[in-house]
Write a protein that binds this ligand. Structure first.
Ligand SMILES: Cc1ncc(COP(=O)(O)O)c(C=O)c1O
Length: 500
């Protein structure tokens, strides 16, 4: 019987780790799924029945179920209950048995840690990765390769063999200076170069913050819907995710959220990923006040603010921070190319020494030749010219996509309408709740070979959002002209079906 199994697991966990009840139930349910006691597609007893059988409060049961839903183990179907997700990997019977070749039978899922299983079961980037509308991808074919090769060769020649060593703990000093100059002028970040830590991108910046500023099991508030990369970084570092809904003014904590006091708050205030909402000024002040009240750190991911096409320029949240609780991060993936793997993290002064030390100890930073070339690339004005060219190109592509989508827009609250097209490399076509956005995205991929992402796939706890997240950075203008109307036609068809 499921309830007996859960009670036995909970009492074991309670005795061993002194976990709170909702966490014990969460662990016990997760174990039941991974061990196959609860099979893929199986319906969970209702929270009322579980509470009764296990002699727990309904709130405790709901808290455990919500956390498992956020992490992708469970999925709710409207009107019919909560089910075990089909993608939950499980430990097969006979684990450890040897095959003829002498290899363990289940090297994959069965040997993963619980954390590894949760990571592999949740939404990831590779889903439907077919060009040209994949969100968030820049057109790196425009990167000035010859110039870049020349700069790299120069730095190899000048400084070999010193460049083969590990890098300084915060990164190559001239690059830190160049990044600081850029951020001070263009993003109103208050900093000096010493506060910049060069990382291998946003993932590493997030992981460093999670490791240094929070402990295993601490709560991190994440936007709902959320950037999957951040969700995974927090899962991988053992944090407890608490989704906070986003509206047209950005993250909008309700008083109930304060019952889950955060240690970290992760936000994308300049261009919320994926809805594109720009956080309003009152909301920014409110968020900083809430973070102060909880003594939480705010992680500001400013991933695509280089591209602003309409509306007044937006300064970063860090610029409003008066008590040093915002850690600001950015990346070169969107202006240069993602495989460059260089990003930066700006840490408040009192944290600088600890971050540099930990970065050195945990990550052993390297890439000196490429960081030296990038520093010169920025200092000589090549970064600014690449940005100017990219802004022009992406601006045209964005306009072309907007025109292709215009015929399906409706002047009603439920849409279709567009959010987040003022900035960045993607926009969000918001759809009425009656449209199945996952089925629509799948249809667009199979019929036309185009990737658009369903907005609902980015949602953690909420069920009310439907839409398509569409990138316009990658494809040449002619491709957008050709493919934009195909997406519009598929949307029109889905709307017809939904209305029928
Ligand atoms: C919100 C957000 N942050 C960060 C990144 C990626 O940054 P990096 O390539 O430095 O990991 C992305 C990529 O799409 C993103 O959407």
């Amino acid at each position: 019987m499921l309830s007996e199994y859960l009670l036995a697991e909970m009492s074991r966990l309670g005795a061993r780790d002194a976990l709170p009840l909702h966490r014990q139930l969460y662990e016990a349910l997760r174990r039941a799924m991974l061990d196959g006691k609860l099979g893929a597609g199986e319906r969970l007893p209702s929270s009322r029945d579980l509470a009764q059988d296990l002699k727990l409060s309904r709130n405790t049961v709901v808290a455990a179920i919500n956390q498992l839903s956020v992490e992708g183990y469970l999925a709710s179907r409207v009107g019919s209950g909560t089910y075990v997700n089909d993608s939950v990997p499980r430990t097969t019977p006979g684990r450890g048995a040897r095959q003829a070749g002498g290899q363990p039978a289940t090297v994959q899922a069965g040997r993963l840690s619980a954390r590894g299983k949760a990571l592999s079961a949740s939404f990831c980037a590779t889903e439907l990765e077919v060009q040209p509308f994949t969100p968030g991808i820049a057109d790196f074919s425009a990167f000035p390769l010859t110039l870049w090769q020349r700069l790299q060769n120069k730095h190899w020649r000048l400084t070999y063999p010193d460049m083969l060593d590990y890098n300084d703990s915060g990164g190559y000093a001239p690059l830190r200076r160049a990044v600081a100059d850029y951020l001070r002028v263009f993003r109103s970040v208050q900093l000096d170069a010493d506060q910049v830590v060069i990382t291998t991108g946003t993932q590493q910046s997030l992981e460093l913050c999670a490791r240094l500023l929070a402990d295993h099991g601490d709560t991190v508030w994440v936007e709902d819907p959320a950037y999957w990369g951040a969700v995974k970084a927090f899962m991988a570092t053992g944090l407890s995710l608490h989704p906070v809904p986003v509206d047209e003014e950005g993250i909008n904590p309700r008083s109930a959220d304060n019952a889950k006091p955060p240690r970290l708050v992760y936000v994308t205030p300049s261009h919320q990923y994926p809805t594109g909402a720009v956080m309003s000024l009152p909301r920014r002040h409110q968020l900083l006040a809430t973070a102060r009240a909880h003594d939480a750190w705010v992680l500001e991911d400013d991933y695509d603010s280089e591209y602003r096409f309409s509306g007044p320029p937006i300064s970063c949240l860090e610029g409003l921070d008066t008590d040093g609780r915002v850690l600001y991060m950015g990346t070169f993936s969107k202006v240069l190319y993602p495989g460059l793997k260089i990003g930066y993290l700006v840490v408040p002064r009192p944290l600088v020494a600890a971050f540099k030390q930990a970065h050195y100890d945990l990550n052993r930073p390297g890439q000196m030749p490429v960081q030296a070339a990038l520093a010169e690339f920025i200092e000589m004005g090549h970064f600014a010219s690449a940005l100017r060219r990219a802004r022009l190109n992406y601006g045209e592509r964005r306009q072309c996509l907007l025109e292709a989508l215009r015929p399906v827009l409706r002047d009603t609250q439920e849409g279709p309408y567009i959010s987040g097209a003022e900035q960045g490399l993607h926009l969000c076509l918001r759809l009425p709740q009656s449209v199945d956005d996952r089925a629509l995205a799948q249809r667009i991929a199979t019929q036309h070979g185009l990737t658009v992402r369903p907005l609902s796939a980015y949602c953690l706890a909420r069920k009310d959002l439907r839409g398509l997240v569409i990138g316009y950075g990658y494809a040449p203008l002619a491709e957008i002209k050709r493919c934009g109307p195909l997406v519009a036609a598929a949307v029109r068809q889905a709307l017809g079906g939904a209305a029928a």
